[in-house]
Design a protein around this ligand. Structure first.
Ligand SMILES: [Cu+2]
Length: 106
């Protein structure tokens, strides 16, 4: 029981420090192009272009996160960071667009 309480406390503490990071997709680029986050943080991607974009893992075989739906103008997608591995993500609609590097802080 004490152990369960400790785990719950840790979860609450983790959430208390969780941050949300904003990423803009504009002019066929992610801004910022790299950011450092912690497990438990969320990242909200917002598409400001008239063109549709999405956010997918660069290496789909890693299955680091569920691909976003297609984001139309002003659509947003929020990704929760649940794993310790750094993530390279990009737009699946325009694979030549520069991607975004998501570094997980220890
Ligand atoms: Cu795109």
């Amino acid at each position: 029981m004490k152990k369960l309480f400790t785990v719950l406390s840790l979860l609450i503490l983790t959430n208390a420090f969780a941050a949300n990071h904003e990423v803009i997709i504009e002019r066929f680029a992610f801004t910022p192009a790299a950011l450092e986050v912690q497990v438990g943080d969320t990242i909200t991607f917002t598409n400001l272009d008239r063109a549709p974009h999405n956010v997918i893992p660069r290496d789909m075989s890693l299955v680091q996160f569920q691909a976003s739906p297609i984001l139309r103008t002003n659509d947003s997608f929020t990704l929760e960071i649940t794993e310790m591995d750094d993530i390279l993500a990009h737009c699946g609609v325009h694979p030549r667009m520069p991607g975004i590097e998501i570094l997980i802080a220890e």
